[in-house]
Design a protein around this ligand. Structure first.
Ligand code: ADP
Ligand code: ASP
Ligand code: MG
Length: 403
């Protein structure tokens, strides 16, 4: 008998028919004698609908109230699933993050899980119930409801699996696993059977939204075996596991894209110690996260500095930089919201020389200009014009024989 955490995303519980199908799937595991804890997202589109309602009242709604509102989406889906399971003759109970005691910090709309009480869930499991937990939500020390940020139900599931010492965590979604790239924009994308925690961390952080990055961090830290698989088929999915020798055979495992960033360039800054810090620290103080940073020394005593921020922070960041750059004595500030970061990821990159050149050549042959480059041990990212996103992803997918 195993303890299994099963997470179902929004499209898997989009309507009552799908909720009944999920109930059946959960019951088949329960009837095999396993303990099953289910984590659900809100019904597809519901979180977006609630955010839209809030925005109709205020552009930037109070974060505490937004969390109160958004957490209701998951409360609906867990109650409906528990009812569906009970109707099929098995006892089930739905629980909110607050009831389970998923303790988080107080950062509303992007809270971090600090600890999870496992006693209540274990008591219900021992009494033969299926436990259905609302994903994406927790409770702060103040007693206020918090949410974990978009896509956060994956994190709830893996954190629960770690806290309960579950044998595994199955993430059920609308694709059959983790693919070499987003199957919805590249028809020749291929399902990966096994991928290392580190590669999955890079893929998730570079835009593959199939898993929330924090869920992968927790899985890696607590060695939770995670499987991503389809809600709608019985096909084996993708296992996220520790790195294995065979994984190094291919230089590249996957291609990702991220259209959520914008670029800001400050030109002809004085090239002397402290300038980068003076320019970027007001941005950090405003709570704006900077991703890629590139600095280029010009002839003479001048330098250009380019960096990226989330598109949602672009206007605010621009305002701060324009004011600040003038004080520092820069020649000008420019920027673009029409950019995309395409990346290739693979642990095999470490021992395969020439991977970057293959990437740059492939983009050049399609006439795609590279605006920024950044690399780490197992990834290379290029910022390009947004309109080339699909073309770049498909081109790189072909160039590294991922089909
Ligand atoms: P859920 O609602 O189940 O959490 P998400 O929409 O968050 O599902 O994540 C699944 C989606 O992730 C897929 O429909 C797919 O378009 C997208 N995706 C992006 N990159 C990848 C990838 N490399 N492999 C699989 N899916 C990917
Ligand atoms: N319902 C939340 C969202 O849409 C959390 C999740 O689905 O993981 O982002
Ligand atoms: Mg998701």
């Amino acid at each position: 008998m195993a303890l299994i955490v099963q997470k179902f995303g929004g499209t898997s519980v989009a309507n009552l028919g799908k909720i009944k199908a999920v109930a059946q799937r959960v019951l088949s595991k329960h009837q095999q004698g396993h303990h099953v804890v289910v984590v659900l997202s809100a019904m597809a589109g519901e979180t977006d609908r609630l955010i839209d309602l809030a925005n109709q009242i205020q552009n930037i709604p109070a974060p505490r109230e937004l969390d109160m509102l958004l957490a209701s989406g998951e409360q609906v889906s867990v109650a409906l699933l528990a009812m569906a399971i009970k109707k099929m003759g098995t006892d089930a109970i739905s629980l909110t993050g607050n009831q389970v005691k998923i303790h988080t910090d107080g950062m509303h709309t992007r809270a971090r899980i600090l600890s999870i009480d496992h006693e209540l869930i274990e008591t219900h499991l021992d009494q033969g119930r299926v436990v259905v937990v609302a994903g994406f939500q927790g409770v702060a020390a103040s007693g206020d409801i918090t949410t974990l940020g978009r896509g956060g139900s994956d994190t709830t599931a893996v954190a629960l699996a770690a806290a309960l010492k579950a044998d595994r965590c199955d993430i059920f979604t609308d694709v059959e696993g983790v693919y070499t790239t987003d199957p919805h924009i590249c028809a020749s994308a291929r399902k990966i059977d096994r991928i290392s925690y580190d590669e999955m961390l890079e893929l998730a952080s570079l835009g593959a939204k199939v898993l929330d990055i924090r869920s992968v961090t927790i899985a890696k830290r607590h060695k939770v075996p995670v499987q991503v698989r389809s809600t709608f088929t019985d096909t084996a999915g993708t296992w996220i596991v520790e790195e294995e020798k065979a994984m190094e055979l291919n230089p590249v495992s996957g291609v990702t894209y991220n259209r959520n960033e914008a670029r800001i360039t400050v030109s002809k800054l004085p090239d002397m110690p402290g300038v980068a810090s003076r320019l970027l620290s007001p941005i950090a103080k405003a709570g704006i996260v900077v991703d890629m940073i590139l600095q280029n020394t010009r002839d003479g005593n001048l330098t250009d500095l380019t960096f990226t921020v989330l598109k949602t922070d672009y206007q605010r960041a621009m305002g701060i930089v324009e004011k600040n750059a003038q004080e520092i004595g820069a020649a000008g500030v420019s920027g673009s919201e029409n950019i995309c970061k395409v990346s290739i990821v693979g642990v095999g990159m470490r021992n395969h020389p020439g991977v970057a050149i293959t990437m740059f050549d492939a983009l050049a042959q399609e006439g795609i200009n590279i605006q920024m480059i950044s690399t780490s041990e197992i990834k290379i990212s290029c910022v390009i014009e947004e309109k080339y996103t699909e073309l770049a992803v498909r081109t790189l997918h072909d160039a590294f024989n991922l089909t």
